[in-house]
Design a protein around this ligand. Structure first.
Ligand code: B12
Length: 253
């Protein structure tokens, strides 16, 4: 079992000791950070600190040194955001600080986006993606979009705060066989179900496979509201979309 001293970055060690209280969470983050390289720990530390300039520079340098974009995403950016999420949840930091961290995350994503989105293969299918109505969180959705594009999907991004009608209009306009919805708030998760109901009301439910995701969403919730799939992360999102394609009606391409 890894110990806190296995983490090279002093700032990360201090953050874990100062802000994490639940033993299982402490051990999980110690485990994950101790497996990340010192460079990835530095990126995570800068993100937690809300320092977008440093995240920008370190991400660029890591890519130039040959680090895989996926490793930077998982071991640097997403891992760092995990600590931010806990500090926010426990009221150690508030919206302005989280916004600074989100800005830092986006500074790193700007470098990895062209790499993850570059597929170099023939388009394999069309996906509509959006964050549901009332919800402004878009970091996770944007990561899913990068990965989908990298896997050869054409993705239309409806952004955040997307209404049921906007999802329906986009699916019809682009004849998309796949729709992905993201929600990060327990108060906006039900809007996924409402959107699915709206597709049923419009007699379009059979035409589109619907996947859902976002930190509070679970497989059980997805099943209960009638989604076709739930993905816990961007890799699962791509796997679901590929799986849907295999079962989708040919005439929708
Ligand atoms: C960053 C952040 C913000 C930023 C968002 C910036 C942005 N541009 O996105 C700002 C500061 C704006 C913000 C605002 C608010 N936030 Co906020 N926020 C977060 C935070 C810290 C991180 C979210 C994030 O980006 N995670 C990193 C990404 C990579 O993870 P992810 O989104 O889960 O996505 C991954 C997977 O879920 C999956 N996935 C995501 N979407 C999809 C879609 C599909 C189809 C699939 C298959 C997979 C998939 O793949 C992604 C990549 O791996 C979370 C904490 C947390 N634990 O999530 C709180 C959190 C979500 N926020 C919370 C709250 C309360 C708020 C506010 C209400 C605060 C306030 N008082 O104003 C507002 C709401 C604004 C609104 N109307 O939406 C709460 C929600 C609690 C709840 N029970 O609902 C959380 C959980 C924090 C907490 N208290 O614990 N927030």
């Amino acid at each position: 079992m890894a110990s806190i001293n296995d983490i090279a970055n002093e700032f990360i060690r201090e953050e874990i000791e100062e802000y994490l209280e639940q033993p299982d969470e402490i051990q999980r983050f110690i485990q994950m950070f101790s497996q990340a390289t010192p460079n990835m720990q530095d990126i995570a530390a800068a993100l937690i600190d809300g320092d977008h300039h440093t995240v920008d520079t370190l991400t660029e340098e890591a890519l130039a040194d040959g680090t895989e974009a996926l490793e930077i995403m998982d071991d640097g950016l997403i891992l760092g955001m995990g600590i931010v999420g806990i500090k926010f949840r426990e009221n150690f930091i508030f919206v302005p600080e989280v916004l600074a961290c989100a800005r830092a995350m986006k500074a790193g994503m700007a470098h990895i986006e062209p790499i993850l989105s570059e597929s170099g293969i023939e388009p394999v299918g069309t996906v509509i993606m959006g964050t549901v109505k009332g919800d402004l969180h878009d970091i996770g959705k944007n990561l899913c979009i990068m990965m989908l594009r990298g896997a050869g999907f054409v993705v239309y991004d409806l952004g955040v705060d997307t209404s049921e009608d906007e999802f329906i209009d986009a699916v019809e306009e682009y004849e998309a066989p796949i729709l992905g919805m993201s929600a990060l708030l327990t108060t906006t998760m039900p809007n996924m179900g409402k959107t699915i109901d709206a597709f049923i009301d419009e007699d379009l439910r059979e035409e589109v496979k619907i996947m859902v995701g976002g930190a509070p969403v679970t497989q059980t919730f997805a099943d209960d509201m009638g989604a076709d799939g739930y993905g816990k992360d961007a890799l699962a999102c791509v796997a679901l979309a590929k799986q849907f394609l295999e079962n989708v009606d040919e005439e929708w391409y």
